[in-house]
Design a protein around this ligand. Structure first.
Ligand code: PMP
Length: 440
């Protein structure tokens, strides 16, 4: 039973992850957007392996592509050596990058998103000869030393917080809590001032950085889309100052936001694109897209063992092909707008819903205390306790959601990109059930 598995897991595993405590289920089966637990209870999965399973669970074409590798005689793992499969995967992935990838090359960096972030930071240092990095409040880039150093949110640093010293944080725009500020017209203008007047000014204490790293839509930070003009201005000033722009597309990439890459909303070309999660179609894989002119590595500069996972390249290639050829980004964009409109209707009936935002099927619902005094922007205080209760009530109603943002006040949706309109309605029903069960 579920209970037995959970008790045994508590015995076997250390407390390193919070998922099992928030979502107490032992999974026995999964198909599409549905998960079944050991007691045969079904859940609508709006987390999808933290966005990794872009096509949902056990997509038949993905499974078939993995089976094809197993029966083809290819090795399962090849270090950095190439195979016809890796060749096809590389060609296809490059073709999806800006300008059909003509100015880019790839670097396979290891199995996880954090691996790719580490490589990106090192490469920016190597390519510029500089050492500091600019990053943003609320940004999340992974749990390894360098990736955690450029992560803005302090809660992942709770255990160990003496990180890489030369990281400077700037504030990231927030649609709800700071609508006219950082991402507004004045904020966008101030960016140029910051870069042009402060960098390398002996009195400012700000060092000219090697790179700026950011997510075009922050995920763990509470689903924060960056305004287009803000991204464009950052691209412009980084270019003018010879600072590399690293876009972390680990979560927001691969049709998730209604464009193939989230930075495409702003029409910009990053110098380095960080890719993981969906790029491996559910199996571990991480890759950088690097503008060739910044490929400053010499052989041996950045090595690693697990970069040749043929199963992940097979499931990744199939996933990329389906996303691209079936124009899933367009479908996702329409569904996202519809879902936000429905949630905004619900917001009128449930004032604890303070704000609904996001792009495509990367949506955040900020939970607030509507009976307390609003701040100078007219925003109510966030309610982390209620959002935790709502996550629990959703779970009881058979709906899996994640939380993010400051104190976890944002309920986050990252479902399979193939989710049907019908299942989005099921989501809305279950979510309303949870609101009622929480007594709000
Ligand atoms: N970057 C972003 C934007 C992420 O969302 C994540 C994971 N949530 C990472 C990097 C780190 O990826 P991983 O957990 O695979 O190391």
């Amino acid at each position: 039973s579920n209970e037995t598995y959970l008790a045994r897991q508590a015995e076997f595993e250390s407390n390193v992850r919070s998922y099992p405590r928030k979502l107490p289920l032992a999974i026995t089966k999964a198909n599409g957007v549905w998960i079944t637990d050991a007691d045969n209870k079904e859940y609508l999965d709006c987390l999808a392996g933290a966005g990794t399973l872009a096509l949902g669970h056990n997509h038949p074409d993905v499974l078939q592509s993995i089976q094809n590798v197993i029966t083809s005689g290819l090795p399962l793992h090849t270090l950095d050596l190439t195979t016809p499969l890796k060749d096809a995967f590389s060609e296809y992935l490059l073709s999806l990058l800006p300008g059909q990838g003509k100015e880019y090359c790839l670097q396979f960096t290891g199995p996880s998103g954090a691996d790719a972030v580490e490589a990106a930071l090192k490469l920016a240092k190597k390519a510029t000869g500089r050492s500091s990095i600019i990053s943003f409040s609320g940004g999340y880039h992974g749990m390894t030393h360098g990736a955690l150093s450029v992560t803005g949110n302090l809660s992942p640093k709770e255990a160990v917080d003496n990180m890489m010293p030369e990281v400077q944080f700037m504030p990231y725009p927030h649609e709800y809590r700071c609508p006219l500020g950082i991402g507004g017209e004045a904020g966008v203008k101030a960016l140029s001032y910051y870069f042009e007047n402060l960098i390398n000014d002996v009195e400012s204490g700000v060092r000219k950085p090697a790179a700026v790293i950011l997510e075009a839509v922050q995920g763990e930070g509470g689903v924060n889309p960056a305004p287009v003009e803000w991204l464009q201005r950052i691209r412009k000033v980084t270019q003018e100052h010879g600072i590399l722009l690293i876009l972390d597309e680990v979560q927001a990439g691969f049709a998730r936001t209604g464009k193939f890459f989230a930075f495409e909303h702003a029409g910009i070309e990053p110098d380095i694109i960080v890719m993981s999660k969906a790029v491996g179609g559910g199996l571990p894989l991480a890759v950088l897209g690097i503008k060739k002119k910044f490929d400053a590595w010499a052989p041996g500069h950045h090595t690693g063992t697990f970069r040749g996972n043929q199963l992940a390249m097979a499931s990744g290639l199939t996933t990329l092909q389906i996303l691209k050829e079936q124009k899933i980004a367009d479908k996702v964009a329409v569904q996202g707008e519809w879902l936000k409109a429905q949630l905004n209707e619900m917001k009128k009936r449930y004032p604890v819903i303070g704000h609904v935002r996001g792009l495509g099927l990367m949506i955040g619902i900020e939970i607030v205390k509507p009976n307390e005094a609003a701040d100078h922007m007219g925003c109510f205080p966030g309610d982390g306790e209620l959002s935790a209760l709502l996550q629990k009530k959703c779970f009881e109603a058979g709906l899996i959601l994640e939380r993010g943002g400051r104190n976890g006040i944002v309920l986050r949706l990252l479902p399979s990109l193939l989710i049907s309109d019908q299942d989005l309605k099921v989501f809305l029903d279950k979510f309303e059930q949870a609101l009622l069960a929480a007594g709000v």
